[in-house]
Write a protein that binds this ligand. Structure first.
Ligand code: MG
Length: 277
């Protein structure tokens, strides 16, 4: 047998072998479910399809306490773990100027944004209002978490401190008050857990609105709320077309009563469609 023929035979055997393994795995997976059931509308999979890809395994994290930040899930992308601001920048592109003290970043020197361009996601962020508190209304620990620098979830001391409802803590600023006020006292660590669906645009026109689902200190405060557009002060929210990914901004609102808002333990997870690897 000539060398070339032998090589071709070996490659063929290898291909057959790989094919056989794939077939065997397929048969094995198939035994997990069914192939003789109806196809799920909008999907290529049968009901209880054993061949449907198994979800990726993620190690869950831990919850935070007032003293200690929790551990993020294993597939989270860490934006701030209390050590440095390397994943953040100022509006002009220069390094973020906020100070880090005791594992938290403190407002000062202008708003900061992530270098990461983030899309549909799960975001976890923790913040704390100035203690002792000072000021009132919108001038009492005002900051904000702005997706793409435009869709603001308000950060404010709203613990026994009223303001207009669509501008209080965890409001989607200028659109929706939170369903309830789950605020903790000034100085205590508070959490936002957010599911964000990016609005879609085609040819400069909105084709699908964005959505926020938000938990404030573990309490649901927005349930798949449809975004009405960019957050505005004393003006209607209005959409402006943008790409599918953008930065996350933490607001430095300025003013003495807002200066000591702190953040810690910030991470996100990219959210994909079903069956996306
Ligand atoms: Mg704000």
């Amino acid at each position: 047998m000539k060398r070339k023929t032998r090589t071709m035979l070996a490659v063929s055997c290898l291909t057959l072998g790989v094919g056989a393994v794939a077939f065997a795995v397929g048969r094995q997976q198939d035994r997990l479910g069914y192939q003789d059931t109806p196809t799920i509308p909008g999907s290529k999979w049968h009901i209880h399809d054993g061949l449907r890809p198994q979800p990726k395994v993620v190690e869950s994290g831990t919850f935070s306490t007032q003293e200690t930040p929790g551990k993020p899930p294993s597939d989270a992308i860490i934006l701030f773990d209390g050590k440095d601001l390397s994943r953040w920048k100022s509006d002009d592109g220069s390094p973020a100027k906020w100070k880090i003290e005791n594992g938290a970043m403190k407002i000062g020197g202008g708003s900061i944004s992530t270098k990461d361009q983030i899309g549909d996601c799960q975001l976890h962020i923790e913040w704390s209002s100035p203690n002792p508190p000072s000021g009132s209304g919108q001038g009492r620990g005002n900051s904000g978490v702005l997706f793409f620098g435009r869709y603001e979830i308000q950060v404010l001391d709203s613990y026994k401190a009223p303001t207009y409802p669509d501008g209080q803590a965890s409001a989607i600023y200028g659109s929706y008050p939170p369903l309830v006020n789950a605020s903790r006292a000034p100085g205590e660590w508070q959490t936002y857990d957010v599911l964000f669906t990016v609005p879609r645009f085609e040819g400069g026109k909105l084709t699908k609105p964005g959505y926020f689902t938000v938990f404030h200190n573990g309490v649901a405060v927005h349930n798949h709320a449809e975004l009405l557009g960019d957050s505005n002060y004393r003006a209607l929210p209005k959409y402006s077309p943008h790409p599918l990914r953008g930065s996350l901004t933490l607001q430095d609102h300025g003013g003495d009563h807002n200066a000591t808002v702190r953040y810690r333990n910030i991470w996100y997870r990219d959210l994909k469609s079903y069956d996306e690897p």
